[in-house]
Design a protein around this ligand. Structure first.
Ligand code: HEC
Ligand code: HEC
Length: 408
């Protein structure tokens, strides 16, 4: 192995040229070279779509960005008036920007020894706003987490860039990572959930607890639980704090999504391009990438998966540089929120995909971390060994790891 030393200029703007010597082996540079990733612009469609697919993406984007009204089914209680109101960091489709809107509340409880979503109290998702915002005569106000709930958890909005690629990863490839011997005790499990739209049990991939297996199902769920709009698979409006909806404020149609919005949201999200790495990938970033693997962050944050054959050519056989295994991991007492979804228990979370990290302004399921360092420090449970190795890194190595994460 030939050792090369590199000088890189840091602290641009100060006029200082810091002689930072980074030791590298050629082999490592080649092995961790720039990823073969699709070149894209954030928020745009995947490259290589047919004209018809581009049109479907654009129509979906319009629906996703449209502010709904009461006549179109909004409310009576809701958290947002359009999908894009929450999903917009970096570009439409992104994570949330404003915590007051883009962080929602989930409740749960145990009754007679069994876990329940507490529908009689308005669970599982609280709708914090109501049509009273637009009409002072609206008798319903936004929900608040009831004192009777055993668990109250906040959830920030996740980004959707590259979601179609995530959906196109073969389930077998996700399942193949389960049960492998691991020196740190990392032991992921799949959230196998029933999909009423296919009638099948499928591997969950979306949401903080991998609670849904398909973008179409998630879209219907979000339309109802974030906006109060009913659709074929989610036909019943949410009851404010579990109480009946006052006469005159119920559904505007059965279901309210008559013109296929859910289909449009799903097509849009499927065809949304993944986030690009921030360039250039300077040596510091590549050192950080090597350290990410060396301290075994990658035991869960799998750098790359691959899509299988797909009807959409642009989604077929593509690399997916998501930095997640899409599995659930026990994350310890500090992160546990008590909420159960599908097979996910109170302390289990899906490995958060790290692509697009640099476009985020708060991190971890409840948004408790405002910096990448704080997010890593908050890891517990199965991630404790990796977190400890991170904390013990020498400062220059920690800087390199941060430079790598900031390049995502
Ligand atoms: C009030 C804010 C808000 C609105 C409005 C909203 N979302 Fe979300 N979205 C969220 C939150 C919060 C999550 C994470 C939920 C969780 O996992 O508990 C999320 C997650 C998602 C995910 C999962 C992505 C992943 O892989 O993690 C999809 C898909 C999604 N939303 C689609 C939509 C669609 C489609 C709409 C419009 C019908 C919409 N959302 C409207 C807040 C919002
Ligand atoms: C045992 C599996 C596991 C290991 C090992 C692990 N992580 Fe994570 N990571 C997760 C899970 C699960 C989450 C989401 C947890 C939550 O939100 O409560 C997460 C979240 C994150 C986030 C925040 C992402 C977001 O969308 O909010 C960052 C940043 C991160 N991890 C970096 C790292 C780094 C750096 C390491 C190595 C020191 C590491 N992780 C090791 C499982 C792991």
């Amino acid at each position: 192995m030939r050792i090369v030393s590199l000088r890189i200029a840091a602290m641009a703007g100060t006029g200082l040229l810091l002689p930072l010597t980074v030791l590298f082996s050629r082999a490592q540079i080649v092995g961790n070279g720039p990823p073969r990733q699709i070149t894209t612009v954030l928020g745009q469609a995947l490259p290589g779509l047919t004209d018809a697919q581009v049109l479907s993406f654009r129509a979906g984007l319009r629906s996703f960005s449209t502010t709904e009204t009461r006549d179109e089914g909004l409310g009576p209680i809701f958290n947002g008036t359009s999908c894009a109101e929450c999903h917009k960091a970096g570009a439409i489709g992104g994570a949330g920007i404003d915590v007051t809107i883009a962080r929602v509340t989930r409740i749960g409880g145990v009754r007679s020894g069994r876990y329940t979503d507490l529908p009689e109290l308005g669970g599982p998702v609280m709708q914090a706003r109501s049509l009273r915002e637009f009409d002072t005569f609206c008798p319903v106000s936004g929900e608040t987490a009831p004192r009777e709930a055993d668990y109250v958890s906040h959830r920030i909005t996740t980004p959707l860039f590259g979601a179609g690629l995530i959906e196109a990863i073969p389930a077998a490839d996700i399942l193949a990572r389960i049960g492998r011997p691991d020196p740190d005790g990392v032991n992921g499990t799949a959230n196998v959930v029933f999909n009423p739209e296919t009638g099948l049990s499928e591997v969950g991939r979306f949401g903080w607890k991998a609670q849904h297996s398909s973008l179409h199902l998630f879209a219907g769920d979000a339309y109802l639980n974030e906006m109060g709009v009913t659709s074929k698979s989610f036909p019943n409006d949410n009851l404010p704090q579990g109480r009946p909806i006052p006469i005159g404020w119920g559904p505007s149609a059965f279901p309210e999504d008559a013109d296929g919005d859910v289909d449009a949201f799903a097509s849009y999200m499927r065809l949304l391009a993944p986030p690009n790495r921030r360039l250039p990938l300077v040596p510091l970033v590549l050192t950080g990438e090597r350290l990410f693997a060396a301290i075994r962050c990658s035991a869960c944050h799998t750098p790359r998966m691959q899509t299988g054959p797909n009807d959409v050519a642009a989604l077929s056989g593509q690399p997916v540089d998501l930095f997640s295994d899409l599995l659930l991991h026990k994350m310890g007492r500090e992160l546990a929120d008590g909420i159960q979804q599908g097979q996910a228990k109170g302390d289990q979370f899906r490995t958060a995909p790290l692509w697009g990290l640099s476009r985020r302004n708060f991190l971890m399921h409840d948004g408790r971390a405002l910096t990448i360092q704080d997010a890593v420090r908050a890891h517990g449970g199965e991630a404790s060994a990796a977190r400890e190795r991170f904390l013990r890194l020498r400062q220059p190595d920690q800087d390199a790891l941060m430079a790598f994460l900031a390049s995502l």
